[in-house]
Design a protein around this ligand. Structure first.
Ligand SMILES: Nc1ncnc2c1ncn2[C@@H]1O[C@H](COP(=O)(O)OP(=O)(O)OP(=O)(O)O)[C@@H](O)[C@H]1O
Length: 265
Protein backbone atom coordinates (compact mmCIF):
# COMPACT_ATOMS: atom_id res chain seq x y z
CA UNK A 1 0.00 0.00 0.00
CA UNK A 2 1.46 3.35 -1.05
CA UNK A 3 1.82 5.77 1.86
CA UNK A 4 3.71 8.61 0.20
CA UNK A 5 3.47 9.47 -3.49
CA UNK A 6 5.42 12.48 -4.70
CA UNK A 7 5.02 13.50 -8.35
CA UNK A 8 7.01 16.12 -10.25
CA UNK A 9 7.80 18.07 -7.11
CA UNK A 10 9.66 21.28 -7.84
CA UNK A 11 10.81 23.93 -5.38
CA UNK A 12 12.16 27.26 -6.57
CA UNK A 13 13.21 30.62 -5.30
CA UNK A 14 12.62 33.33 -7.91
CA UNK A 15 13.91 31.90 -11.20
CA UNK A 16 16.17 29.36 -9.56
CA UNK A 17 14.90 25.80 -9.34
CA UNK A 18 16.31 24.10 -6.24
CA UNK A 19 14.34 20.83 -6.51
CA UNK A 20 13.44 19.68 -10.01
CA UNK A 21 10.66 17.27 -10.89
CA UNK A 22 11.25 14.86 -8.04
CA UNK A 23 9.01 11.80 -8.02
CA UNK A 24 9.09 9.03 -5.46
CA UNK A 25 6.84 6.50 -3.78
CA UNK A 26 7.14 4.78 -0.43
CA UNK A 27 4.91 1.95 0.71
CA UNK A 28 3.91 0.90 4.23
CA UNK A 29 6.83 -0.79 5.97
CA UNK A 30 9.27 0.33 3.29
CA UNK A 31 12.55 2.08 4.13
CA UNK A 32 13.97 4.39 1.52
CA UNK A 33 17.25 6.28 1.74
CA UNK A 34 17.79 9.69 0.17
CA UNK A 35 21.45 10.44 -0.41
CA UNK A 36 23.38 13.12 -2.26
CA UNK A 37 25.92 15.84 -1.67
CA UNK A 38 25.34 18.84 0.51
CA UNK A 39 23.00 21.30 -1.19
CA UNK A 40 21.51 18.73 -3.58
CA UNK A 41 17.98 19.36 -2.30
CA UNK A 42 17.37 16.51 0.16
CA UNK A 43 16.14 18.63 3.07
CA UNK A 44 14.04 20.83 0.80
CA UNK A 45 12.33 17.73 -0.57
CA UNK A 46 11.57 16.59 3.00
CA UNK A 47 10.35 20.05 4.05
CA UNK A 48 8.11 20.22 0.98
CA UNK A 49 6.51 16.90 1.94
CA UNK A 50 5.95 18.09 5.52
CA UNK A 51 4.61 21.46 4.36
CA UNK A 52 7.43 23.22 6.18
CA UNK A 53 9.00 25.21 3.35
CA UNK A 54 9.72 28.84 4.12
CA UNK A 55 7.41 31.33 2.48
CA UNK A 56 9.80 32.72 -0.12
CA UNK A 57 9.94 29.33 -1.82
CA UNK A 58 7.50 28.30 -4.55
CA UNK A 59 6.44 24.69 -4.78
CA UNK A 60 4.63 22.77 -7.50
CA UNK A 61 3.73 19.18 -8.29
CA UNK A 62 1.90 16.73 -6.10
CA UNK A 63 2.48 15.23 -2.65
CA UNK A 64 -0.02 12.60 -1.56
CA UNK A 65 0.00 11.03 1.88
CA UNK A 66 -2.38 8.10 2.24
CA UNK A 67 -4.03 9.34 -0.97
CA UNK A 68 -4.64 12.87 0.38
CA UNK A 69 -3.13 15.78 -1.51
CA UNK A 70 -0.91 17.83 0.83
CA UNK A 71 0.23 20.56 -1.56
CA UNK A 72 -2.16 23.44 -1.28
CA UNK A 73 -3.78 22.05 1.88
CA UNK A 74 -4.59 24.83 4.37
CA UNK A 75 -2.07 25.10 7.23
CA UNK A 76 -4.78 24.30 9.80
CA UNK A 77 -5.40 20.93 8.18
CA UNK A 78 -1.71 20.24 7.61
CA UNK A 79 -0.89 20.86 11.26
CA UNK A 80 -3.42 18.18 12.18
CA UNK A 81 -1.43 15.69 10.09
CA UNK A 82 2.03 16.73 11.30
CA UNK A 83 2.92 14.77 14.42
CA UNK A 84 0.12 12.35 13.71
CA UNK A 85 0.06 10.94 10.17
CA UNK A 86 3.59 12.16 9.41
CA UNK A 87 6.49 13.21 11.56
CA UNK A 88 10.10 14.14 11.20
CA UNK A 89 13.31 13.73 13.20
CA UNK A 90 16.04 16.29 12.60
CA UNK A 91 19.79 16.27 13.08
CA UNK A 92 19.84 18.59 16.08
CA UNK A 93 17.24 17.71 18.69
CA UNK A 94 18.12 20.73 20.82
CA UNK A 95 16.57 23.10 18.29
CA UNK A 96 13.40 21.00 17.98
CA UNK A 97 12.82 20.55 21.73
CA UNK A 98 11.43 23.23 24.00
CA UNK A 99 14.30 24.03 26.41
CA UNK A 100 12.01 25.10 29.25
CA UNK A 101 9.61 22.14 29.28
CA UNK A 102 10.18 18.74 30.86
CA UNK A 103 10.66 16.16 28.14
CA UNK A 104 7.86 13.89 29.40
CA UNK A 105 5.45 16.80 29.00
CA UNK A 106 6.70 17.40 25.46
CA UNK A 107 6.05 13.78 24.53
CA UNK A 108 2.61 13.90 26.21
CA UNK A 109 1.81 17.20 24.47
CA UNK A 110 1.86 15.68 20.97
CA UNK A 111 -0.61 13.00 22.10
CA UNK A 112 -2.81 15.52 23.91
CA UNK A 113 -2.82 17.78 20.84
CA UNK A 114 -4.10 15.00 18.60
CA UNK A 115 -6.23 13.36 21.35
CA UNK A 116 -4.80 9.95 20.56
CA UNK A 117 -4.30 8.58 24.08
CA UNK A 118 -6.50 8.38 27.17
CA UNK A 119 -3.67 9.03 29.59
CA UNK A 120 -0.94 10.95 27.73
CA UNK A 121 1.26 11.30 30.82
CA UNK A 122 1.49 7.56 31.41
CA UNK A 123 1.78 6.89 27.66
CA UNK A 124 4.72 9.34 27.53
CA UNK A 125 6.63 7.37 30.17
CA UNK A 126 5.87 4.16 28.25
CA UNK A 127 7.20 5.73 25.07
CA UNK A 128 10.37 6.94 26.77
CA UNK A 129 10.83 3.38 27.91
CA UNK A 130 10.24 2.12 24.36
CA UNK A 131 13.07 4.34 23.06
CA UNK A 132 15.21 2.90 25.86
CA UNK A 133 15.76 5.96 27.99
CA UNK A 134 17.10 4.65 31.28
CA UNK A 135 14.77 5.24 34.22
CA UNK A 136 11.99 6.66 32.01
CA UNK A 137 9.90 7.95 34.94
CA UNK A 138 12.77 10.12 36.09
CA UNK A 139 13.82 11.00 32.55
CA UNK A 140 10.32 12.32 31.87
CA UNK A 141 10.91 15.02 34.47
CA UNK A 142 14.23 16.14 32.97
CA UNK A 143 14.70 19.26 30.88
CA UNK A 144 16.45 18.84 27.51
CA UNK A 145 19.78 20.33 28.69
CA UNK A 146 19.96 17.69 31.44
CA UNK A 147 20.11 14.90 28.85
CA UNK A 148 22.94 13.79 26.55
CA UNK A 149 22.71 14.31 22.78
CA UNK A 150 21.81 10.64 22.28
CA UNK A 151 19.12 10.81 24.99
CA UNK A 152 17.65 13.97 23.44
CA UNK A 153 17.48 12.20 20.09
CA UNK A 154 15.60 9.33 21.81
CA UNK A 155 13.11 11.89 23.12
CA UNK A 156 12.69 13.31 19.60
CA UNK A 157 12.08 9.81 18.33
CA UNK A 158 9.49 9.24 21.07
CA UNK A 159 7.70 12.44 20.01
CA UNK A 160 7.86 11.44 16.33
CA UNK A 161 6.53 7.95 17.03
CA UNK A 162 3.94 8.95 19.65
CA UNK A 163 0.97 8.76 17.30
CA UNK A 164 2.16 5.90 15.08
CA UNK A 165 2.68 7.99 11.94
CA UNK A 166 2.18 6.46 8.50
CA UNK A 167 5.29 8.35 7.38
CA UNK A 168 8.47 9.05 9.32
CA UNK A 169 11.11 11.29 7.77
CA UNK A 170 14.56 11.24 9.35
CA UNK A 171 16.93 14.02 8.26
CA UNK A 172 20.47 13.11 9.34
CA UNK A 173 19.19 11.93 12.73
CA UNK A 174 22.46 10.40 13.86
CA UNK A 175 25.08 12.65 12.27
CA UNK A 176 25.79 14.56 15.48
CA UNK A 177 26.11 11.42 17.62
CA UNK A 178 29.10 9.23 18.33
CA UNK A 179 29.30 5.89 16.58
CA UNK A 180 27.98 3.66 19.37
CA UNK A 181 25.01 5.88 20.12
CA UNK A 182 24.42 6.22 16.38
CA UNK A 183 24.04 2.42 16.06
CA UNK A 184 21.60 2.32 19.00
CA UNK A 185 19.42 5.06 17.51
CA UNK A 186 19.42 3.33 14.10
CA UNK A 187 18.32 0.10 15.79
CA UNK A 188 15.50 1.95 17.51
CA UNK A 189 14.35 3.54 14.26
CA UNK A 190 14.38 0.13 12.57
CA UNK A 191 12.54 -1.56 15.42
CA UNK A 192 9.85 1.11 15.60
CA UNK A 193 9.06 1.68 11.94
CA UNK A 194 8.08 -1.78 10.80
CA UNK A 195 4.70 -0.60 9.56
CA UNK A 196 5.46 3.02 8.67
CA UNK A 197 6.94 4.35 5.47
CA UNK A 198 10.44 5.65 6.25
CA UNK A 199 12.34 8.28 4.28
CA UNK A 200 15.88 8.45 5.62
CA UNK A 201 18.14 11.32 4.57
CA UNK A 202 21.84 10.89 5.17
CA UNK A 203 25.32 11.48 3.82
CA UNK A 204 26.40 8.17 5.22
CA UNK A 205 26.21 5.33 2.74
CA UNK A 206 26.90 2.74 5.45
CA UNK A 207 23.80 3.97 7.27
CA UNK A 208 21.76 3.54 4.09
CA UNK A 209 23.10 0.01 3.69
CA UNK A 210 22.10 -0.73 7.28
CA UNK A 211 18.67 0.86 7.36
CA UNK A 212 17.20 0.95 3.86
CA UNK A 213 16.01 -1.41 1.18
CA UNK A 214 15.77 1.19 -1.55
CA UNK A 215 17.83 4.29 -2.23
CA UNK A 216 17.34 7.50 -4.19
CA UNK A 217 20.36 9.52 -5.25
CA UNK A 218 19.95 13.28 -5.57
CA UNK A 219 22.24 15.52 -7.51
CA UNK A 220 21.65 19.18 -8.28
CA UNK A 221 17.98 19.07 -7.26
CA UNK A 222 17.12 15.94 -9.23
CA UNK A 223 16.88 12.25 -8.51
CA UNK A 224 19.53 10.86 -10.83
CA UNK A 225 19.39 7.23 -9.78
CA UNK A 226 17.15 4.98 -7.74
CA UNK A 227 16.83 1.31 -7.03
CA UNK A 228 17.39 -1.42 -4.50
CA UNK A 229 20.35 -0.61 -2.25
CA UNK A 230 22.15 -3.82 -3.24
CA UNK A 231 21.88 -2.97 -6.95
CA UNK A 232 22.74 0.73 -6.73
CA UNK A 233 25.66 0.17 -4.36
CA UNK A 234 27.16 -2.71 -6.27
CA UNK A 235 26.51 -1.51 -9.82
CA UNK A 236 25.88 2.25 -9.77
CA UNK A 237 24.83 3.57 -13.17
CA UNK A 238 25.08 7.31 -12.79
CA UNK A 239 28.52 8.92 -12.79
CA UNK A 240 27.71 10.87 -9.65
CA UNK A 241 26.69 7.70 -7.74
CA UNK A 242 29.87 6.02 -8.91
CA UNK A 243 31.93 8.92 -7.56
CA UNK A 244 29.97 8.95 -4.32
CA UNK A 245 30.68 5.26 -3.77
CA UNK A 246 34.31 5.56 -4.80
CA UNK A 247 34.89 8.39 -2.32
CA UNK A 248 33.19 6.62 0.56
CA UNK A 249 34.97 4.09 2.71
CA UNK A 250 31.97 1.83 2.54
CA UNK A 251 32.91 -1.75 1.90
CA UNK A 252 29.85 -2.67 -0.04
CA UNK A 253 30.63 -6.32 -0.47
CA UNK A 254 31.95 -8.96 1.86
CA UNK A 255 34.60 -11.56 1.10
CA UNK A 256 31.99 -13.58 -0.81
CA UNK A 257 31.08 -10.64 -2.99
CA UNK A 258 27.73 -10.16 -1.26
CA UNK A 259 26.45 -6.77 -0.23
CA UNK A 260 26.97 -5.96 3.41
CA UNK A 261 23.63 -5.07 4.91
CA UNK A 262 21.93 -6.10 8.07
CA UNK A 263 19.13 -8.58 7.79
CA UNK A 264 15.68 -6.99 7.87
CA UNK A 265 13.95 -10.19 8.94
N1 LIG B 1 15.02 29.44 1.74
C1 LIG B 1 15.94 29.28 0.77
N2 LIG B 1 16.20 30.25 -0.11
C2 LIG B 1 17.12 30.07 -1.07
N3 LIG B 1 17.82 28.95 -1.26
C3 LIG B 1 17.62 27.94 -0.42
C4 LIG B 1 16.66 28.04 0.64
N4 LIG B 1 16.67 26.87 1.32
C5 LIG B 1 17.58 26.09 0.72
N5 LIG B 1 18.16 26.72 -0.32
C6 LIG B 1 19.18 26.17 -1.24
O1 LIG B 1 18.65 25.01 -1.84
C7 LIG B 1 19.68 24.04 -2.05
C8 LIG B 1 19.25 22.70 -1.49
O2 LIG B 1 19.20 22.79 -0.07
P1 LIG B 1 18.92 21.55 0.88
O3 LIG B 1 18.97 22.06 2.29
O4 LIG B 1 17.72 20.84 0.45
O5 LIG B 1 20.21 20.64 0.61
P2 LIG B 1 20.60 19.25 1.26
O6 LIG B 1 20.80 18.30 0.15
O7 LIG B 1 19.64 18.87 2.32
O8 LIG B 1 21.99 19.61 1.93
P3 LIG B 1 22.64 19.13 3.31
O9 LIG B 1 23.04 17.72 3.06
O10 LIG B 1 23.81 20.04 3.47
O11 LIG B 1 21.60 19.28 4.38
C9 LIG B 1 20.94 24.61 -1.43
O12 LIG B 1 21.73 25.16 -2.46
C10 LIG B 1 20.44 25.68 -0.50
O13 LIG B 1 21.38 26.72 -0.38
Amino acid sequence: MTVLAVRDLSVSVGDTELVKDVSLEIGAGERVGLIGESGSGKSLTASAVMGLLSEELDVSGSVELDSRQLLGMPERELSRLRGRAMSMVFQEPMTALNPSMQVGKQVAEVMRLHRTHQDPKAAAVELLDRVRLPDPRRAAKAYPHQLSGGQRQRVMLAIALANNPSLLICDEPTTALDVTVQAQILDLILANTRESALLFITHDLAVVATVCERVLVMYDGQIVESGMVRDVFTAPEHRYTQQLLASSDLEVTDENGRLRTVSHD
